[in-house]
Design a protein around this ligand. Structure first.
Ligand code: SAM
Length: 188
């Protein structure tokens, strides 16, 4: 799968020229502490690097699905993780898919969405959906590239996280990721 090709086709949706590193996948999974989660939703699976790790770390009773907007990436994730349910749809429709599991809320959302590439209204609308889809005490994790935090859209996103969530923490930086990145851990 050619991330660069998808980036050239849809730069603001793809948001990266290569997939995340295994080190970043490990950090986000370790930070999420998935073993006791009841329902996990992944946003923007790409080629499935996080999907594969989420699948390994959830318990047998946990419900898990991914939402991915690019059909090529949907196929790629399904090839890598044939037992995971991957819907070809936008993250803004999380609620619709939770209902298919007779749920109003999940307790963990792991996002790879390229927030810094979204305009202010899209950031606010999508974060609103994320927050509405989480139960009280539920957690939201998303990674951010370090250069992005200095951009106006990165600053806006950080402020929005603090508006929407009770608690927002940042992890260490993974320098071997290209570009280097860290994870925001947010609790509702
Ligand atoms: C930076 S890539 C990350 C992919 C992969 N998780 C990784 O870390 O390598 C962002 C992904 O989010 C997807 N995406 C962007 N906007 C989306 C949306 N509104 N709903 C669902 N997926 C979206 C893109 O198609 C892309 O696969």
């Amino acid at each position: 799968m050619n991330f660069l090709r998808e980036f050239l086709r849809y730069p603001t949706k793809t948001g990266a020229i290569m997939p995340s590193s295994r080190a970043l996948a490990k950090l986000i999974i370790d930070t999420a502490n998935l073993s006791n989660k009841k329902c996990v939703v992944e946003l923007g699976s790409g080629d499935g690097i996080f999907t594969e790790e989420i699948e390994k770390h959830i318990n047998a009773n946990c419900e898990f699905f991914s939402l991915e907007i690019n059909d090529k990436f949907v196929d790629e994730t399904k090839r890598r993780c044939p037992d995971v349910t991957v819907y070809h749809d936008s993250a803004k429709n999380i609620k619709k898919y939770l209902l298919q599991y007779n749920r109003e809320y999940c307790d963990c959302i792991i996002s790879s969405l390229p927030w810094v590439a979204f305009d202010k209204n899209s950031q606010k609308d999508l974060l609103g959906v994320v927050c509405d889809s989480l139960e009280d005490g539920g957690i939201f994790l998303t990674f951010a590239y370090i250069h992005g935090v200095f951009l106006p859209s990165g600053i806006n996103f950080r402020h929005l996280l603090k508006d929407f969530f009770k608690d927002v923490e940042k992890t260490e930086i993974i320098w071997v990721n290209m570009p280097p990145a860290f994870v925001y851990l947010c609790r509702k």
